[in-house]
Design a protein around this ligand. Structure first.
Ligand SMILES: Nc1nc2c(c(=O)[nH]1)N[C@H]1C(S)=C(S)[C@@H](COP(=O)(O)O)O[C@H]1N2
Ligand SMILES: [Mo]
Length: 257
């Protein structure tokens, strides 16, 4: 009989299941169907799983692998589906790591979008200036990792146009966003330049309400909800991955939708 070693703080079955969930979909099925063992996980990740820390490291390695696969599979010109006005979800859900009445109150009069990093013109932008940018409307689906999705209508400027306008280094790897209440996240440059990635100023044709990210959010229909920062106060073009609120808490970094 084969003896099974017990690992302190690790349930091997759950660990394999978690690792499977972190894999890109096509690989996930094969992985879960196969006689996956801790040995296979060790082999795949190069992490010797002896305790809960090394188990976490193995999961992180799988998640990083998934990021690379998603980045390779990302099609920079492929559009996310769009919908008619009649498909808009009403009421549109609110979500954040706090309750709706705790959403930050940003003063639009004094608001300035700060620009930093690999950019020629770091002049901050007032809301009045931002509103003058050419804008377009999108009706797309927002998908949250928590298991809900909803169709909404967002209007704003293409982030790619804005990045060009401020002389951003478009060969840099990332754009990092900082929000009024301390939320943050980093996205890859191909996603930042995607035609549907938007600096959003309006929701359902009205000025973006406080709960949905006043005065500006970044709408990215090709990414999960948590990669769509609300109440954005600063934008940084960078070659270093600065992570983000949920990224730092173990959510998959790329999180394509
Ligand atoms: N500043 C900020 N942006 C945020 C969050 C947050 O807590 N703070 N939550 C994210 C998550 S998990 C989701 S699903 C969406 C929710 O956006 P909504 O309130 O417009 O539905 O915002 C994302 N952006
Ligand atoms: Mo979310």
């Amino acid at each position: 009989m084969r003896t099974r070693k017990t690992i302190p703080g690790v349930d091997p079955k759950l660990l394999i299941k978690d690792a499977g969930k972190l894999l890109p979909v096509p690989a996930r099925r094969a992985f879960l169907r196969g006689a996956t063992s801790l040995g296979a996980l060790t082999f795949l990740t190069g992490c010797d799983i002896v305790d809960s820390d090394s188990a976490e490291r193995a999961l992180l390695a799988i998640s990083k692998f998934n990021d690379r696969v998603q980045a390779l599979m990302f099609q920079p010109h492929k559009l996310a589906p769009t919908y008619p006005e009649s498909a808009i979800t009403k009421p549109f859900p609110f979500n954040a790591y706090y309750s709706e009445d705790e959403a930050p109150e940003v003063d639009g009069e004094t608001y300035k979008l700060q620009i930093d990093g690999l950019v020629e013109n770091k002049q901050p932008w007032t809301l009045e200036e931002l509103y003058k940018l050419p804008q377009e409307k999108q009706i797309t689906r927002h998908i949250c990792v928590e298991g809900w999705s909803a169709i909404g209508s967002w209007t704003g400027a293409r982030l790619s146009d804005f990045l060009q306008r401020i002389g951003a280094d478009l060969t840099a790897k990332y754009v990092y966003f900082i929000c009024a209440e301390g939320y943050s996240n980093t996205i890859d440059m191909p996603t930042a330049l995607h035609p549907q990635t938007q600096m959003t100023f309006r929701f359902a044709d009205d000025i973006l309400p406080r709960k949905y990210g006043y005065p500006m959010k970044i709408r990215i229909p090709t990414k999960l909800g948590f990669k769509n920062p609300k109440h954005v106060v600063a934008l940084v073009v960078t070659n270093e991955d600065r992570g983000g609120y949920w990224e730092d808490r173990g959510y998959n970094w790329f999180s394509g939708s």
